[in-house]
Design a binder for this molecule. Structure first.
Ligand SMILES: [Zn+2]
Length: 172
């Protein structure tokens, strides 16, 4: 078993300890997100797309568990603005701002959870992904539409390189 299987197992146990169930569901064409956290159902759903790596599953799970941690921070209460924003077909700018804040708060927890559980996924990958998630939400807030896959892919590549260089730098 590779380290990534161990990480996935640890994350599922951790989710369970927080009272959450994690479902891994094969994705069909109607699915336009990688994962979703449903606070009222105490559930995280991970969509399994063909060709998606286990590393990506770990990163998605870290993000969704981050949503649960920030939900607990807010004393288990989603603000009305956020609920409206998440339910809106086309969220307006202040609704998008609420989503952006929630995404940034969730992203902050990704590295924290990775460290708390001593996961073996390289730290720079989690740092890069958490920055990417904030970037994706910021772009949606500013532009009112989602980035293309290509833009996000390029950004991930750039961030991973930056964080890898920073994390492996030695000082004399
Ligand atoms: Zn999110």
């Amino acid at each position: 078993m590779s380290y990534i299987d161990d990480d996935l197992t640890k994350l599922k146990h951790y989710a369970k300890s927080l009272g959450l169930t994690v479902k891994i569901v094969p994705a069909d064409k109607s699915i336009d997100c990688s994962a979703v956290y449903i606070a009222e159902d105490k559930q995280v759903i991970l969509y399994q797309f063909k060709g998606r790596s286990k590393t990506f599953m770990v990163l998605c799970l870290l993000h969704e568990l981050g949503h649960h941690r920030e939900f607990l921070d807010r004393s288990k209460k989603d603000t009305e603005t956020l609920i409206d924003a998440l339910n809106a077909e086309k969220p307006n700018k202040s609704q998008r701002a609420a989503i952006y804040v929630s995404e940034c708060n969730a992203a902050v927890y990704m590295v924290i959870i990775r460290d708390e559980l001593s996961l073996k996924i390289p730290r720079y990958k989690v740092m890069a992904e958490s920055q990417l998630d904030a970037f994706v939400a910021e772009s949606f807030y500013i532009n009112g539409k989602h980035n293309t896959q290509k833009v996000n892919k390029e950004k991930r590549k750039q961030l991973r390189k930056e964080y890898k260089d920073a994390c492996t730098r030695t000082f004399e």
